[in-house]
Write a protein that binds this ligand. Structure first.
Ligand SMILES: [Zn+2]
Length: 118
Protein backbone atom coordinates (compact mmCIF):
# COMPACT_ATOMS: atom_id res chain seq x y z
CA UNK A 1 0.00 0.00 0.00
CA UNK A 2 2.70 2.49 1.02
CA UNK A 3 4.92 1.37 -1.85
CA UNK A 4 2.06 1.82 -4.30
CA UNK A 5 1.40 5.31 -2.90
CA UNK A 6 5.11 6.23 -3.16
CA UNK A 7 5.15 4.89 -6.72
CA UNK A 8 2.08 6.98 -7.60
CA UNK A 9 3.66 10.09 -6.06
CA UNK A 10 6.90 9.44 -7.96
CA UNK A 11 4.95 9.05 -11.20
CA UNK A 12 3.17 12.33 -10.44
CA UNK A 13 6.58 14.01 -10.18
CA UNK A 14 6.26 14.88 -6.48
CA UNK A 15 9.15 12.67 -5.37
CA UNK A 16 12.46 11.71 -6.89
CA UNK A 17 15.26 9.36 -5.86
CA UNK A 18 18.74 10.36 -4.72
CA UNK A 19 21.50 8.93 -6.95
CA UNK A 20 23.73 8.29 -3.93
CA UNK A 21 21.52 6.86 -1.17
CA UNK A 22 18.43 5.90 -3.22
CA UNK A 23 16.21 7.68 -0.70
CA UNK A 24 13.05 9.38 -1.93
CA UNK A 25 12.87 13.11 -1.39
CA UNK A 26 10.46 15.90 -2.25
CA UNK A 27 11.07 17.90 -5.40
CA UNK A 28 12.73 21.23 -4.67
CA UNK A 29 15.14 19.56 -2.25
CA UNK A 30 17.36 17.97 -4.88
CA UNK A 31 20.78 19.23 -5.88
CA UNK A 32 22.57 18.61 -9.19
CA UNK A 33 26.35 18.31 -9.30
CA UNK A 34 28.73 17.53 -12.14
CA UNK A 35 29.58 13.87 -12.13
CA UNK A 36 33.33 13.19 -11.93
CA UNK A 37 34.46 12.20 -15.44
CA UNK A 38 37.52 10.01 -16.05
CA UNK A 39 40.33 11.60 -18.06
CA UNK A 40 39.78 11.36 -21.80
CA UNK A 41 36.01 10.88 -21.54
CA UNK A 42 33.99 13.54 -23.27
CA UNK A 43 30.49 13.14 -21.86
CA UNK A 44 29.71 15.16 -18.76
CA UNK A 45 27.10 13.67 -16.52
CA UNK A 46 25.04 15.10 -13.72
CA UNK A 47 24.50 13.45 -10.37
CA UNK A 48 21.34 14.29 -8.41
CA UNK A 49 21.61 14.22 -4.63
CA UNK A 50 19.18 14.73 -1.77
CA UNK A 51 19.89 17.49 0.75
CA UNK A 52 21.55 15.11 3.22
CA UNK A 53 23.97 13.84 0.58
CA UNK A 54 24.47 17.26 -1.04
CA UNK A 55 25.71 18.83 2.20
CA UNK A 56 28.42 16.10 2.27
CA UNK A 57 29.41 16.45 -1.40
CA UNK A 58 33.22 16.25 -1.20
CA UNK A 59 34.19 18.47 -4.19
CA UNK A 60 31.88 21.22 -2.89
CA UNK A 61 33.29 20.94 0.65
CA UNK A 62 36.85 21.03 -0.70
CA UNK A 63 36.11 24.18 -2.69
CA UNK A 64 34.43 25.80 0.34
CA UNK A 65 37.46 25.00 2.52
CA UNK A 66 39.79 26.60 -0.03
CA UNK A 67 37.59 29.71 -0.14
CA UNK A 68 37.39 29.79 3.68
CA UNK A 69 41.18 29.56 3.98
CA UNK A 70 41.84 32.34 1.45
CA UNK A 71 39.08 34.75 2.47
CA UNK A 72 39.39 33.96 6.20
CA UNK A 73 43.10 34.74 6.16
CA UNK A 74 42.54 38.06 4.39
CA UNK A 75 39.71 39.03 6.76
CA UNK A 76 41.74 38.02 9.82
CA UNK A 77 44.68 40.10 8.68
CA UNK A 78 42.42 43.08 7.93
CA UNK A 79 40.43 42.93 11.15
CA UNK A 80 42.93 41.56 13.69
CA UNK A 81 46.26 42.15 11.97
CA UNK A 82 47.35 45.03 14.22
CA UNK A 83 46.70 42.97 17.36
CA UNK A 84 48.33 39.84 15.90
CA UNK A 85 51.52 41.61 14.80
CA UNK A 86 51.86 43.69 17.98
CA UNK A 87 51.83 40.47 20.01
CA UNK A 88 49.20 41.70 22.45
CA UNK A 89 46.80 38.76 22.03
CA UNK A 90 43.66 38.80 24.10
CA UNK A 91 41.31 35.93 24.82
CA UNK A 92 38.64 37.22 22.40
CA UNK A 93 40.91 36.29 19.47
CA UNK A 94 40.38 32.58 20.28
CA UNK A 95 36.76 32.82 19.12
CA UNK A 96 37.05 35.73 16.67
CA UNK A 97 39.66 34.15 14.41
CA UNK A 98 37.90 30.75 13.99
CA UNK A 99 34.59 32.55 13.41
CA UNK A 100 36.27 34.67 10.74
CA UNK A 101 37.10 31.43 8.87
CA UNK A 102 33.61 29.97 9.40
CA UNK A 103 31.77 32.84 7.69
CA UNK A 104 33.30 32.44 4.19
CA UNK A 105 32.94 28.64 4.50
CA UNK A 106 29.22 28.98 5.21
CA UNK A 107 28.75 31.58 2.46
CA UNK A 108 30.59 29.48 -0.14
CA UNK A 109 28.68 26.32 0.84
CA UNK A 110 25.33 28.12 0.80
CA UNK A 111 26.12 29.65 -2.59
CA UNK A 112 27.10 26.30 -4.07
CA UNK A 113 23.98 24.60 -2.71
CA UNK A 114 21.62 27.34 -3.85
CA UNK A 115 23.17 27.30 -7.34
CA UNK A 116 22.85 23.53 -7.65
CA UNK A 117 19.30 23.35 -6.27
CA UNK A 118 16.71 22.03 -8.71
ZN1 LIG B 1 20.91 10.97 -0.66
Amino acid sequence: MVEALESNLQDAGEFATCDRCNRNYEKGWSFAFKKPVPKGATDEGVIIKCSRCAIRHHPMLRRSLIVAFAVGTILTLLNQGDILFSGSWNSALYWKVPLTYCVPFCVATYGALSNSRR
